[in-house]
Design a protein around this ligand. Structure first.
Ligand code: DSN
Length: 400
């Protein structure tokens, strides 16, 4: 009994912590109360192996209805002909795509981890790096994609698949041109839009669905939903194969309660208010980056077209800065800078994302204030902004 109450206490402490911190972690956000309620519904008890109207257990009728709704809503949201909403995560979505398109030892061309690639895009300690042959492209000296260089690698290496989509890229991606050069070389194109899917369904970043063989995304970053993954495609050669790669290829039963919760977030994102939300993230992100640049910091580029940017810390240690900011109530994550010669525990940069604080409705004035506070903390480790951050957090509650 005692333990039970302690657990409840820990949950309460976590909620209070979330409320009392400014969260600038680019891969996090706050899903709506509706989405939380559905994610903790009684479907947590239900096994639902299979697909709508074709399950391996009985009693799935109501879930069939919800999964179908979730599929249709995500297709509407991303203008896709096919959607699989079952992947437990973005990594599992990517692995299902690999299983659909590739065989063991096939060659993948992907951005290296330090330049903004993802673990599941072929990092050598990840399963993707173990079972496929990985060739990396990197960014040019100004930290932009270099399409000529990618084309050269496509010709030289003849990969079976190229992965486009990154964990910290601030600039536009020319998917039309990428489709053109990959088709010429008979290379398949996977777009992993995990970080920017909210911008894509808001129409602020172009939708790569027509230019990609398959698209994957997580559902909890700019899309602001329950934690999970999704796979989309317009190529009907793959629909059946993707489904069988997800189940039974990669997973058994899906997490039913989260699929219903995903439906709620797709529905919420399919709304004019969500477009305004995405527009405000972009405004906030540009304001904060501008302050950093004005204060003499270097970012990947001089602008950002999405919710995030990376800041080089010059001679400071990111591990120390992360702790200094957290002590003052601000959460960020340490990040590599392209060609970083430091290790992943203490890389040269930090990554900042504005989606979570925009959900809390912080706008231009507060974001500029906060940006200067962050720079002051980075530059002076004795400074104390705890009260100010507390004040901002109280003024902008996560849930009203
Ligand atoms: N590593 C996560 C991110 O922060 O981008 C994605 O898995």
């Amino acid at each position: 009994m005692n333990n039970f109450y302690n657990f409840l206490n820990l949950l309460k402490i976590e909620s209070i912590k979330q409320q009392q911190k400014i969260n600038l972690i680019a891969s996090e956000n706050y899903s709506s109360l509706a989405s939380i309620i559905y994610s903790s519904s009684s479907f947590i008890n239900k096994y639902t192996e299979g697909y709508p109207f074709n399950r391996y257990y009985s009693g799935c009728k109501i879930f069939d209805y919800f999964e179908n709704k979730s599929i249709i809503e995500s297709q509407l949201l991303f203008s896709s002909l096919f959607s699989n909403v079952q992947p437990h995560s973005g990594v599992q979505a990517n692995f299902s795509v690999f299983q659909t398109l590739l065989k063991k030892n096939d060659k993948i061309l992907s951005l290296d981890l330090k330049s903004g690639g993802h673990l599941s895009h072929g990092f050598k300690k990840n399963f993707s790096g173990e079972i496929f042959e990985i060739v990396n492209y990197c960014l040019d000296k100004n930290n932009f994609l270099n399409y000529n260089y990618i084309e050269l690698l496509l010709k030289k290496e003849k990969p079976k698949l190229i992965i486009i989509g990154y964990s910290c890229y601030q600039s536009n991606i020319d998917w039309n041109y990428l489709k053109y050069i990959t088709k010429k070389q008979n290379c398949l194109l996977l777009s992993d839009i995990s970080h920017i899917s909210g911008f894509i369904c808001s129409g602020l970043i172009c939708n790569p669905i027509k230019n990609s063989d398959i698209v994957t995304s997580t559902t909890h970053k700019t899309l602001r939903g329950a934690k999970g993954g999704i796979i989309l495609s317009n190529n009907n050669n793959y629909f059946k194969k993707i489904n069988s790669s997800v189940f039974p290829g990669q997973q058994g039963g899906c997490i039913s309660n989260l699929i219903i919760s995903k439906y709620i977030s797709f529905k919420e994102a399919n709304n004019f208010n969500f477009i305004n939300y995405s527009k405000q993230i972009l405004i906030n992100s540009k304001i904060m980056l501008k302050v950093f640049l004005y204060r003499g910091y270097k970012s990947l580029n001089l602008d950002t077209i999405n919710h995030m940017f990376v800041i080089h810390l010059k001679n400071k240690f990111s591990l120390k800065i992360e702790k200094q900011l957290e002590k003052n109530g601000i959460l960020i994550n340490k990040n590599f800078f392209p060609n970083d010669n430091k290790n992943s525990i203490n890389p040269s940069a930090i990554r900042i994302g504005l989606s979570a604080i925009t959900t809390r409705k912080l706008k231009n004035f507060e974001v500029e204030l906060l940006s200067n506070i962050i720079c002051n903390i980075i530059e002076n480790n004795d400074i104390n902004y705890k009260d100010k951050i507390n004040f901002i957090c109280n003024k902008f509650p996560i849930y009203k």
